[in-house]
Design a protein. Structure first.
Length: 238
C-alpha cells in the first residue's frame, strides 16, 4: 500500500501536469484568436481606406470651374470629374507650328498678350507630341496679371528664340523660308512703280524676316502674294 504522503505527491504532480497542459492549450487559443483579430483589423483598414478613397479631393486649393459628373453617376478610374483653377497661379498655353518647335527650348523668354496687357514669362514645358500640326508650349508667367485675366482666356504669345542685334528686317513676306532667296517687288521713291528684285533671307520668325542682301534700310516692298504678276518685272501702281 502506498502511504498517504505518496498519494498526496502523485496527486500534486498530476495537478501540475494538467495545469501545464491547460495553460499551453489556452496560449495556443489566444495566439490563434490574436491572428484572427489582426486579420479582421487589416480587413477593416482596407474597407476604411476604400471608403476614404471615395472622397475625391483636388490636388490644390482653388476655384471650382467645371463639374463633369452628377450625383450617383458611375465613373471609371482616371475619369475627369471636375476642373479646379488657381486664379493667382495661371499659366499660358500657346500652340506653335511643328516646323518651328525644334527651335524652342526650356527657359526661353516669352511675352503673353491677354488683349488687355502683356505679361512676361518663360517656357516651362514643351509637349513631346504634335497635334494637328502644332506643338503646345506652356509659359510660366512672371509678371502681375492684368485686369480681366482668368482661366481659359484666349491669349496670343511670342517666344524669343534668339536676339539678333543690328540687322535689317521686314515683315515676313508670303512664302519666305529661312536662308532662302525670294522675289519681291520694291517700290520706287514716289511709290508709283514697283520693280522686281531678288532678296536673300536669313532667319525668320512668325512675323519678321532677316534681310541679308537685296534691300536697304528705308526701302519699301510689297509683301503680299504677287504670283499673278510672274511675267512682269515692272508694275505701274495707280
Amino acid at each position: 500500500m502506498r502511504s498517504k504522503k505518496e498519494v498526496v505527491r502523485f496527486s500534486t504532480l498530476f495537478f501540475l501536469t494538467a495545469f501545464l497542459c491547460l495553460s499551453a492549450s489556452a496560449e495556443a487559443q489566444i495566439a490563434a484568436q490574436q491572428v484572427q483579430i489582426e486579420k479582421l483589423r487589416a480587413q477593416y483598414e482596407l474597407k476604411r481606406q476604400q471608403v476614404e478613397n471615395l472622397k475625391v479631393r483636388a490636388g490644390a486649393e482653388g476655384v471650382l470651374q467645371q463639374m463633369s459628373v452628377e450625383v450617383g453617376q458611375r465613373v471609371v478610374p482616371g475619369a475627369s470629374l471636375a476642373k479646379v483653377a488657381q486664379p493667382e497661379r495661371l499659366k499660358a498655353e500657346i500652340r506653335i507650328p511643328e516646323t518651328q518647335a525644334k527651335d524652342v527650348i526650356l527657359g526661353q523668354a516669352a511675352q503673353v498678350d491677354t488683349h488687355n496687357g502683356m505679361i512676361p514669362g518663360r517656357v516651362s514645358r514643351i509637349d513631346p507630341a504634335a497635334i494637328n500640326g502644332n506643338v503646345t508650349v506652356e509659359i510660366a508667367l512672371e509678371g502681375p496679371l492684368p485686369a480681366g485675366a482668368r482661366p481659359d482666356l484666349s491669349v496670343d504669345g511670342t517666344i524669343e528664340l534668339e536676339r539678333l542685334p543690328d540687322v535689317i528686317y521686314v515683315q515676313r513676306p508670303v512664302f519666305a523660308q529661312p536662308n532662302g532667296v525670294i522675289t519681291l517687288f520694291k517700290l520706287s521713291h514716289d511709290e508709283r512703280e514697283a520693280v522686281r528684285g531678288q532678296v536673300r533671307i536669313g532667319r525668320v520668325s512668325v512675323q519678321t524676316a532677316e534681310v541679308l542682301d537685296g534691300l536697304r534700310v528705308g526701302e519699301k516692298v510689297i509683301l503680299s502674294d504677287m504670283s499673278a504678276w510672274d511675267g512682269h518685272d515692272r508694275l505701274r501702281l495707280n
